[in-house]
Design a protein around this ligand. Structure first.
Ligand SMILES: Cc1ncc(COP(=O)(O)O)c(C=O)c1O
Length: 361
């Protein structure tokens, strides 16, 4: 008789649970959330919408009103929108659908950069995908020829490029990104725009120009992480296939109605929040640039990517002792061993972080 343990997908042995660090941290600058800047009026409006929920009914299985609101805000048609429980569910659904092996590899292949958003690898390995990660160059930009070589050697099914990238915060050079799209003509290239509201532009032009491009977006980074709503902008034929495999009623009614309200009525709040965070980012970066043992990558996101002379693990621990949580990648080693990712917080949080950083670097 087999043991249940013998039945488990072997790839899971190499994965851990995705969970933020627990603990008493009054200042949490580790998850790239937005600061709590929602106005009292907006809160009251969302409370009124939630109060009108038909609790006894299942959610709208098609999330029609939400898709419509997303489409209107993005300038595409509702048929080009696939909505999920955060971008994470969209990524997982793509990796459930686009699995027909290409080339010699018996498993489908996912190509991304390193470092980048960890869920691409996690979600891919959890589904038995072959994951190829090509290091970014010395400026944390796309290494175009290495990407092209990887695509030629092992043709990928999906390519994930986050721009602005997490954790490095910078935009990938547009011409390099376009060359990767051209080189990966047989794959779906997902341009992850989770931080688009903090950056100087979007990639709708590339989506319109290339059939193999899709855009991934989320409400999580602009003040609504609690809703867990993310979406893909893609060709309707792909959206129709994704719809077949998502769980029925995947998006709770409250997430659908509140997210639709945010998109329809509260875009001025999002714009104001993004402007505040960008102004704080500029102030934070100016102060960081003046620190002697710290290097800074120009950020187009709601976080900064810092290099420290002192090992990042030590700086991270010293900040934790001062009750400030940031994100360190020192466990990954190599050049990440001296890097920290720090979310832009409120003015007070940023000042407390700066003060602590001066003491510990
Ligand atoms: C690049 C990138 N994509 C997607 C996500 C996940 O977003 P969501 O909260 O919509 O699942 C994150 C979150 O950190 C991210 O950094």
């Amino acid at each position: 008789m087999s043991k249940v343990a013998d039945l488990i997908r072997p790839e899971l042995a190499e994965l851990g649970v995705y969970a933020p660090l627990e603990g008493d941290f009054p200042i949490r600058l580790d998850a790239n959330e937005a600061p709590a800047l929602l106005s009292a009026g907006a809160r009251a409006r969302l409370a009124a919408v939630a109060a009108a929920t038909a609790w006894e009914r299942y959610p709208d299985a098609r999330a029609a009103a939400l898709r419509e609101a997303i489409a209107t805000r993005t300038g595409v048609s509702p048929g080009e929108v696939f909505a999920g429980v955060g971008s994470d569910e969209v990524i997982a659904t793509l990796l459930t659908v686009l699995v027909r092996p290409r080339g010699k590899s018996p498993a489908p292949t996912l190509l991304t950069t390193t470092p980048s958003f960890v869920m691409y690898r996690q979600s891919g390995r959890a589904r038995g995908w072959n994951v190829m990660e090509v290091p970014l160059d010395a400026e944390w930009d796309l290494a175009e020829s290495s990407m092209a070589r990887a695509i030629e050697m092992t043709p990928p099914n999906v390519v994930f490029i986050a721009t602005p990238n997490n954790p490095t915060g910078n935009l990938m050079s547009p011409n390099r990104l376009e060359h990767v799209i051209q080189a990966a003509a047989g794959a779906l290239v997902v341009i992850d725009e989770a931080y688009v509201d903090y950056s100087s532009g979007d990639h709708l032009d590339l989506y319109r120009k290339y059939d193999n491009v899709a855009l991934l977006r989320t409400l999580s980074k602009v003040g609504f992480a609690a809703l867990r709503v993310g979406w893909l902008v893609a060709r309707p034929e792909l959206v129709a296939e994704l719809d077949k495999v998502r769980l029925p009623y995947n998006l709770p009614t409250t997430s659908q109605t509140l997210a639709a309200t945010v998109l329809r009525e509260l875009s001025a709040e999002i714009d104001a929040l993004a402007a505040t965070v960008k102004a704080e980012r500029a102030r934070l970066c100016e102060a960081l640039a003046a620190l002697p043992r710290v290097t800074l990558t120009p950020s187009q996101a709601n976080f900064v990517w810092l290099g420290t002379e002192r090992p990042a693990g030590e700086v991270f621990d010293a900040l934790c002792e001062r009750k400030i949580l940031v994100r360190s990648f020192h466990a990954r080693g190599g050049r990440l061993g001296s890097q920290l990712r720090v979310t832009v917080g409120t003015r007070e949080e940023n000042d407390a972080f700066l003060q602590a950083l001066r003491e510990v670097t």
